[in-house]
Design a protein around this ligand. Structure first.
Ligand code: C2E
Ligand code: CA
Ligand code: CA
Length: 807
């Protein structure tokens, strides 16, 4: 508000000042006009006076030249026409008239008895204007007589007579003896030319006045112009000032400089001191040093080129570079600038702003370090490997590259058995070991918790790599924290520059998987056969996609493996297992085609088909009176995380018209390494619909029992690995019993899968395992056989008699 009032008062002050100036201008003009008029009038007056004085002087001088004695010789009877004196006088009179341009007539007259008579005149006798001696001057006026009365020269006003309009100088001619006026000498000046001098003088004065007025006008105009310029300059200065106030208050350092290699500065805001440690003035006009001296050498040329490009494109310069400050500190700056052009479109200057981004850069560096390194080992991670691998392959002059994937076997088991602390310790020891083994031609990466990759930059032959792998495996046997940790190593020789890291790692994983299947060798080179398997996958994809959406495609069907209650020995339910027979490849295990379906997204439609068919089977059981039989079916993470999973599940249930209480969804443990919160949210919805959930393959994935506590699940299916362990390990090393009792404590029931022999069953019964699934009881069965088995059981046959199923 006060700012507005201040502005208004400023404005009215300016207006008053403008009005005063205008009044001064008017007064000045008026005074000048008056002065000029006075001057002109004065010139006129002077002109007249000068004419009069000159005329009087002329007349008086002329009169003095006429001998008075001659005059006295001319009697008042006027009979002297032949007299020498008369002739002489006439001669003098005409000479005066002739010699003086302005004089028209000269004459002498006398007064006789109150009348005026000419004595002589300047005109020749033949002239019309000639007045013979004794001719009366009948137009005589008062002033004609005046010289006789006063004895003084008389100057008449313009007077008209028969000869014209005249101004006359009448000079009394006095007797030398007594000083009496004996006659009057008259000189007539034509009235028309009388004012000539005065007019000339007046014109002169007028001209001078005009010049003065003109100069005054010019000066006034110049003054107004100057004031305007001054105002504009003021405004410019004001805007410059406000600009510099604005610039000075910007964070960082604002500048205006020339477009030259030294970036000669014309303006630098006070922020210069904080940013560079130098006061602004030391950089202005390169006084003590140029701005270019502050730019780290490696950026100088780069910045120059960048400006060139920005100017060419008419865009802003946006660059980050390093400068060196007065104290020798290196700072990162962000510069944003642009070229300023003059009216001819030439670059007038460059203007911009520099901001200190050192701390952001450090932050960025930290973030980059975090994103490129593994937090436990500090080694470069998978993301980094993915980023540098293509560059490495393209730029390196070395021809032979290989990648060795080191996969720690059953690392999750180690976590479960010994705890996470030991797991982490093991990883750290592995890092130490691998770093010791790796040579200068090797780069080590920690690509996931239990997987390392060694990029070999140059090697002679496969034996060299085999030796490296052997060393790793051997040294791993003797790790301090946990003895006898095993690894599967997959090796890929990189022959093709175009291979990306993701693909190479996939190939290495395939090789490592192969190694883990092989009992004698712990490492495996990716080979032709595996490559063929990749092609095989491609083939399978197409057939799978067809089967997934065509319910009548007989190549895909379902089998049902009984799950038996260990306490009653009766069938508790069935697990639905998919079967697929490829046209080109023959029978394919779900362990093979399910991952392919998952990779390709086919699992979504495949899952829907499996649900439809399985629910139909359950409905047929219900219709046969087996309405208490549970039906488990496997759901993969990709399916579960579909937005419409619950909707589809509900839709399929109501379509088949089954009781959802009899349904059990099996989710493999690795599902929970996904978005934990999201999974639990979906599980809650499943629970709301009275459907049960089991954690499949427990012990192979990433979760732990402690974490399972938070999950909304009903059952744990112990992986076959633990069941197999019952046969191979000492009783004291069995952890299966511990898993069962812990699961019970968490309120889950337990299914043991892959039970193949009596010993395992005995052990499981001893540890109160709830249910059993395995070849010991039955292989997966066709729907018809499954129903038959239920009927046999109902007829009182003992369920432990092994049921015949798939072969
Ligand atoms: P899973 O869910 O763990 O299924 C148990 C697997 O163990 C089945 O293999 C079954 O045939 C096998 N099995 C059962 N008892 C024994 C036994 O005593 N000894 C041996 N050696 N094996 C036994 P299958 O049918 O080959 O299935 C492999 C995996 O494929 C399944 O493992 C499951 O993860 C997946 N799978 C099968 N069908 C489906 C399906 O419909 N949907 C989804 N998403 N996955 C499926
Ligand atoms: Ca399963
Ligand atoms: Ca399983």
């Amino acid at each position: 508000m006060s700012a507005i009032i201040h502005k208004i008062s400023e404005y009215s002050k300016k207006k008053i000042f403008r009005n005063i100036l205008f009044v001064i201008y008017l007064i000045g003009s008026a005074i000048l006009v008056i002065v000029c008029n006075v001057y002109i009038f004065h010139a006129w007056k002077n002109g007249i006076l000068e004419t009069e004085t000159e005329a009087v002087q002329l007349a008086e001088v002329a009169e003095a030249g006429i001998p008075k004695s001659y005059i006295s010789k001319l009697d008042d009877d006027f009979n002297y026409s032949g007299l020498t004196e008369y002739v002489e006088v006439r001669h003098i009179l005409s000479s005066i008239a002739k010699l003086n341009n302005n004089v028209r007539f000269t004459y002498i007259y006398i007064e006789k008895e109150g009348e005026i008579y000419f004595v002589a005149d300047s005109e020749p006798v033949w002239s019309e204007d000639y007045s013979p001696p004794g001719q009366e001057y009948i137009e005589a006026e008062e002033k004609t007589f005046l010289p006789f009365r006063t004895g003084k020269t008389v100057l008449t006003k313009p007077t008209k007579d028969r000869w014209g309009n005249w101004v006359s100088v009448l000079v009394p001619m006095k007797s030398l003896e007594n000083g009496e006026v004996i006659a009057v000498f008259g000189v007539d000046f034509p009235a028309e030319t009388w004012n000539e001098t005065a007019i000339a003088r007046t014109m002169q004065a007028g001209l001078v006045s005009l010049c003065i007025l003109f100069i005054y006008s010019i000066l006034s105009f110049a003054f107004v112009q100057n004031r305007q310029l001054y105002k504009e300059k003021g405004k410019l200065l004001e805007s410059e000032r406000s600009k510099s106030v604005f610039l000075a208050n910007l964070p960082g350092m604002a500048y205006r400089c020339s477009y030259d290699r030294k970036w000669t500065m014309h303006y630098i805001s006070a922020g210069c001191m904080e940013l560079t440690g130098y006061p602004s003035k030391s950089l202005i006009n390169n006084r003590n040093l140029s701005f270019n001296d502050l730019i780290m050498p490696q950026y100088q040329e780069y910045l120059w080129e960048s400006w060139k490009v920005a100017i060419q494109d008419g865009s802003k310069l946006k660059e980050e570079y390093e400068i060196i400050t007065a104290s020798g500190e290196i700072k990162w700056v962000y510069e944003q600038g642009q070229a300023i052009y003059d009216e001819n479109n030439n670059i007038e200057a460059l203007e911009g702003l520099l901001i200190d981004i050192t701390s952001q850069k450090e932050q960025e560096k930290k973030f980059r370090f975090i994103s490129e390194h593994d937090t436990i080992s500090g080694l470069h991670n998978r993301r980094y490997l993915e980023a540098i691998l293509p560059l490495e392959l393209e730029s390196s002059r070395v021809e032979k590259h290989a990648l060795v994937l080191v996969n720690i076997r059953r690392f999750n088991m180690i976590n479960i058995t010994y705890g996470y602390f030991y797991g982490e310790k093991l990883i750290k020891e592995m890092v130490e070991l691998l770093l010791e083994i790796c040579q200068k031609d090797h780069s080590l990466f920690h690509i996931s918790i239990d997987r390392f990759a060694i990029l070999i930059h140059d090697y002679q032959n496969q034996t060299e790599i085999s030796d490296l792998c052997d060393t790793i495996i051997r040294r791993m046997q003797n790790l301090r924290s946990i003895n006898n940790v095993q690894a599967s190593l997959g090796i890929v020789e990189l022959k093709d520059d175009k291979m990306n890291a993701d693909y190479i790692l996939k190939l290495a994983s395939i090789a490592a998987e192969q190694a883990s299947k092989n009992q004698t060798l712990d490492y495996c080179f990716f080979n032709q056969e595996m490559e063929e398997r990749i092609t095989y996958k491609e083939l399978m994809k197409e057939e799978l996609a067809h089967a997934a959406v065509n319910d009548d495609d007989k190549n895909l069907f379902l089998v049902y493996q009984p799950i038996v209650d260990l306490k009653t020995g009766k069938i508790y339910g069935f697990e639905t297992l998919a079967r697929f027979k490829s046209e080109s490849l023959g029978w394919v295990s779900p362990a093979d085609f399910i991952p392919i379906a998952e990779e390709t997204g086919i699992i979504v439609s495949l899952g829907k088909r499996i649900m439809r068919q399985a629910f139909e089977f359950l409905k047929s059981l219900e219709l046969q009176g087996y309405d208490h039989i549970m039906l488990s079916f496997n759901v993969s993470a990709i399916q579960l995380l579909q937005d419409d999973f619950i909707q589809i599940l509900e839709g399929t249930i109501s379509e088949a018209d089954i009781n959802p209480v009899n349904l059990n969804i099996e989710l493999t443990e690795s599902v929970f390494s996904n978005d934990y919160e999201e999974i639990n949210r979906i599980l809650a919805k499943i629970k709301e619909r009275d459907i049960k959930v089991s954690i499949d393959d427990f012990g192979t994935g990433y979760s732990s029992l402690a974490r399972e506590r938070e999950l909304i699940v009903n059952c744990i299916k112990i992986d076959k690995y633990f069941i197999d362990h019952i046969l191979t390990s000492d009783a004291k090393e069995y952890i299966t019993g511990d898993i069962i009792s812990m699961a019970h404590k968490l309120g889950h029931y337990v299914v043991a899968e892959g039970v193949e022999c009596e010993i395992q069953k005995q052990y499981l019964m001893e540890y109160n395992c709830d249910y059993l699934q395995g070849y010991l009881f039955s292989k997966p069965l066709s729907p018809e056989m499954a129903l038959e088995l239920l009927e046999i059981e109902e007829k009182g046959c003992h369920a432990y008699e092994k049921a015949e199923g798939e072969t």
